[in-house]
Ligand binder design. Structure first.
Ligand code: GDP
Length: 309
């Protein structure tokens, strides 16, 4: 069974860790949001790709929720001493990855090729693809003006009220090499429990991607990011309120609309109508939790495939 997963950072990576445990690496392609990418201190930083690389290779920091385990902070301390910008934390080991990527991009290599090489260097055998090789920037229209994603998310801790979200550059971008092919060949497409507005929508904004998903014969299933009626972390529930949508699974289902044939929800949470559903404990604190949720999502995909035949 060939699987494609669409994912943002931390919430999505938790599902992909589970998939990695039950799907053969050659059958798993992960398409990652790059709308959060930005250039900082001259370095090209791809937070969601990096989260996937660190998480899938067992290098992610579980307590911090971002960056590497086994990290040191001499660079940040030296930056502060010199009065440099310190609002975005970069660990010493983490820096190596950003420098390598920045140098290769400057030399003309594509983000897709660089990401593949970084994944291989970390021993990851499944395929990790950025959604696009062209820059697409998530920009937020908020009550304090237009903000780039990292200003909103990190510097302002997602506090401003959001009116609208734009994906600048999307109309001129193309899906990365391998993205459309993977969707065409997939038996199941799983939308990870990532933030629908900030992590999944940028992926779907890449021209051709939505149509490829709709044309695909794959069963399309999302895992809801709501657990116990709210989001586990980050601004998903806050954004739903700001967009005047009830914080319930129906809002997730209707947001994805015809992209979705199935939704896996947390046990005990409300179950939307109009699509196939399943429920289980979707809170992922450990790798075995991730495996349970990945299993349940694939079961739902298989059920959808069986109903068709
Ligand atoms: P980011 O890019 O690092 O902000 O992370 P994502 O967009 O991938 O994930 C953020 C979303 O993941 C939030 O809406 C959370 O509710 C959701 N999330 C995080 N952990 C879990 C979990 O254990 N289970 C479920 N169902 N959702 C989770």
């Amino acid at each position: 069974m060939k699987i494609v997963a669409l994912t943002g950072g931390v919430g999505g990576a938790k599902l992909v860790v589970g998939l990695q445990r039950i799907v053969a690496p050659e059958d798993l392609t992960v398409i990652v949001n790059t709308g959060d990418d930005f250039t900082h201190l001259g370095l090209r930083i791809c937070p969601d790709i990096d989260t996937l690389l660190y998480t899938l290779s067992g290098r992610a920091s579980r307590e911090r929720g971002w960056g590497r385990e086994d990290e040191s902070w001499s660079f940040m301390a030296a930056m502060r001493e010199l009065g440099g910008e310190d609002w975005f934390q970069l660990g010493d080991r983490d820096l190596a990855l950003h420098i390598l990527r920045t140098v290769r991009l400057r030399d003309g290599d594509a983000l897709t090729a660089i990401t593949g090489d970084l994944a291989r260097a970390f021993g990851i055998r499944s395929t990790i693809l950025p959604m696009s090789d062209q820059a697409i920037e998530t920009t937020l229209d908020t009550d304090v003006g237009f903000l780039s994603f990292q200003r909103y998310f990190v510097a302002l801790r997602a506090e401003p009220r959001v009116r609208r979200i734009e994906f600048s550059g999307a109309s001129a971008a193309k899906p990365a090499l391998g993205v459309i092919e993977a969707i065409k060949e997939a038996d199941a497409v799983l939308i990870a429990p990532s933030n629908p507005y900030l992590s999944i929508d940028p992926i779907i904004s890449v021209p051709g991607l939505r149509d490829a998903l709709l044309a695909s014969s794959a069963a399309r299933v999302a895992v809801s990011p709501l657990v116990g009626g709210t989001s586990v972390k980050g601004p998903t529930a806050k954004l739903m309120q700001e967009f005047e949508c009830p914080v319930v699974n129906y809002t997730i289902a209707s947001h994805y609309g015809d992209l979705l044939q199935g939704l896996l929800v947390h046990e005990g949470d409300n179950i939307p109508e109009g699509l196939e559903t399943a429920s289980c404990d979707t809170l992922m604190r450990s790798e075995s939790d991730s495996e349970r949720v990945a299993d349940a999502a694939l079961d739902l995909a298989r059920r959808i495939m069986a109903h068709r035949s």
